[in-house]
Design a binder for this molecule. Structure first.
Ligand SMILES: [Zn+2]
Length: 214
């Protein structure tokens, strides 16, 4: 069961990826985790990646693909995996397909957690973070006992710049430009699964399980 997660930032795909990994006992693989592990262990690929990151440069596609292919080739990924945050672009998707084809493998499902931009903007603008302890809340989904005051430490709650509508809109713009074409790409390969991500988290998960099987 080799799965790719697609969905806009804030659509909740990370949460779903974790639940899929748990239910089907397969690893949840994010590129951030792969980078950190390789750099920590001082692997050749990790050293290469670090030279780019130290200069504040993006790690090139080829190297990212090498890192991902290396990771999915490890023992714990024998029965499959959930890739979260990769691929982000068509060149990355093609490079992944080619690398997998070379070892007689392929992606089985590309799960698209579909949430309209307006919903994402609304969700994010309801987030609150504590300026003192960093605790996070949501005015609708995870409210504090007293409005504007952190439950844990009594600190002041603010809307972070990252969660402000104008920032979220910018990120969504980048997403649509870069990642939306992946939806067409996997649709053509007939492995795209569209899931209505506006439902609550457990309903979204149930819809995914319906497709993947119990
Ligand atoms: Zn706090």
């Amino acid at each position: 069961m080799k799965i790719i997660m697609l969905g806009a930032p804030g659509a909740g795909k990370g949460t779903q990826a974790k639940r899929i990994a748990e239910k089907y006992s397969i690893p949840h693989i994010s590129t951030g985790d792969i980078f950190r592990a390789n750099i920590k262990n001082g692997t050749e690929l990790g050293k290469k990646a670090k030279t780019f990151m130290d200069q504040g440069l993006l790690v090139p596609d080829e190297l990212v693909v090498d890192l991902v292919v290396d990771r999915v080739g490890q023992d714990d990924a024998k029965n499959g995996y959930v890739l979260d945050g990769f691929p982000r672009t068509i060149p990355q998707a093609e490079a992944l397909d080619n690398a997998l084809a070379a070892i007689n493998e392929k992606v089985d499902y590309a799960i698209n957690v579909d949430v309209p931009d307006e919903n994402i903007i609304n969700r994010m603008s309801g987030r609150r973070a504590c300026v003192s302890c960093g605790g996070t809340y949501h005015i609708v989904y995870a409210p504090t006992k007293t409005e504007g005051v952190c439950d844990a430490c009594g600190g002041e709650l603010v809307l972070r710049d990252d969660d402000k509508p104008e920032t979220v809109k910018k990120r969504l713009g980048v997403y649509h430009e870069q990642t939306q074409p992946l939806i067409d790409y996997y649709n053509k390969k007939k492995i795209l699964v569209d899931i209505d991500g506006t439902q609550d988290m457990s309903q979204v998960f149930d819809a995914i399980v319906k497709v993947l099987g119990e």
